[in-house]
Design a protein. Structure first.
Length: 112
C-alpha cells in the first residue's frame, strides 16, 4: 500500500480534542461537555455528531483524560468551524475552566 503524499481533500474529517481535567472538576466538566458544549458545537452545523471517550492506561493521578471527537462532512466544514466558532468556544472554555483543563487538538481523515 502506497503512502498518501498529499493533503486529503475529501472524506469525513474527525476533529479530536484531547483534554486532561483536574480530578476535582472532572464530573462537572464531563456533564457540561455531554449536555451543553458538545451539543452547542453540533448546533453550529459544522459537525454531524460527536463522541466523548475516556483514555485508559494513562497516568490519571491528577485527573482523567478524555478525547472528544467531532465528525465533519468535509474539510470546508471543519475550517468554517475554526473561523466562525472556535474562538468564541475557546474563550468560553478558558473563562469557565481556567487551569482545570488542558487540551490539544488534532485533525484526522476517516479512511474506513
Amino acid at each position: 500500500m502506497a503512502l498518501i503524499k498529499q493533503k486529503p481533500s475529501g472524506g469525513m474529517i474527525v476533529y479530536n480534542v484531547t483534554t486532561a481535567v483536574a480530578t476535582e472538576k472532572a464530573d462537572e466538566w464531563l456533564q457540561w461537555m455531554v449536555q451543553e458544549h458538545g451539543p452547542d458545537v453540533i448546533n453550529t452545523g459544522c459537525f454531524t455528531r460527536f463522541h466523548v471517550l475516556r483514555l485508559l492506561q494513562v497516568d490519571d493521578s491528577e485527573g482523567p483524560t478524555f478525547a472528544i471527537q467531532y465528525y465533519a462532512e468535509s474539510m470546508y466544514d471543519y475550517e468554517r468551524y475554526l473561523k466562525e466558532y472556535a474562538p468564541k468556544f475557546r474563550q468560553q472554555i478558558a473563562e469557565m475552566w481556567g487551569n482545570a483543563v488542558v487540551s490539544f487538538r488534532t485533525v484526522m481523515q476517516l479512511i474506513q
